[in-house]
Design a protein around this ligand. Structure first.
Ligand SMILES: [Zn+2]
Ligand SMILES: [Zn+2]
Length: 231
């Protein structure tokens, strides 16, 4: 490629999608650094590619549900074939849908025995009051944590057992691992862990035998095995 010959249409595409052999890529770099016309083409196409990546991102859910329109399928196929970035992003999206997140730190519960002295029935979420399991009178104290459309309410029942109630409009509530953990230098160390039942309730064991944590923030509440609802 010399200064006289501009970069061909195909090579510009391959350049933008990072598909040129290294030697040719260097030649194109050199050429566009000195040729306004080709630089303009590259810029224009790069911009269109960015728009396309954005548009593809908006189609992930539809593609996953197999409900792309015919036109969207054409656009999808053409772009995914060329764009490694979007192909990876989509693979990640599917993984999240099918395997769930690794874990979410939903928040901290300070010294449980202290905080749970606050009586605050009015702030009890409806799903706890309406009682999938307990009667109102059995619930003594409560703490509520939320993040990413998930709510976890920790309650100590009459028997001194720590119960975690999970609700979410975005995630499945059954089969979720809920853990109380201590943050150590090397990471989180789980102290208690239980899996939610079909009502989103996990029994984290008795408070009397719960070890204290070293972290000033208190007990880290970690959710794992989370799965997004697919409708
Ligand atoms: Zn040129
Ligand atoms: Zn893309």
């Amino acid at each position: 490629m010399s200064m006289q010959t501009h970069v061909g249409e195909k090579d510009i595409y391959r350049y933008i999608y990072g598909m040129l052999p290294e030697k040719t890529k260097i030649e194109v770099d050199l050429h566009i650094s000195e040729c306004e016309e080709c630089m303009a083409k590259v810029t224009e196409l790069l911009h269109r590619k960015m728009e396309a990546c954005k548009k593809i991102g908006g189609l992930f859910l539809k593609a996953y549900k197999n409900s792309l329109t015919e036109e969207e399928v054409k656009f999808w196929d053409a772009h995914i074939k060329l764009c490694d970035k979007c192909a990876l992003r989509y693979a990640e999206f599917v993984k999240t849908k099918e395997e769930g997140f690794i874990s979410v730190l939903i928040g901290h519960a300070k010294d449980l025995s202290e905080i749970f002295k606050i009586q605050d029935f009015l702030r009890l979420p409806a799903f706890v009051i309406e009682g999938k399991t307990e009667e109102k009178s059995e619930i003594r104290n409560v703490i509520s944590l939320s993040k990413k459309g998930i709510v976890v309410v920790l309650v100590i029942d009459k028997g001194g057992n720590i119960k975690a109630y999970m609700s979410s409009d975005r995630h499945l509530i059954s089969g979720v691992k809920i853990a109380l953990a201590d943050r150590k230098k090397t990471g989180f160390e789980k102290i208690r862990e239980a899996i939610t039942n079909s009502d989103g309730v996990a029994d984290l064991g008795n408070i009397a035998t719960l070890p204290r944590v070293s972290s000033k923030k208190g007990y880290a509440v970690i959710l794992s095995n989370l799965k997004e609802k697919v409708d």
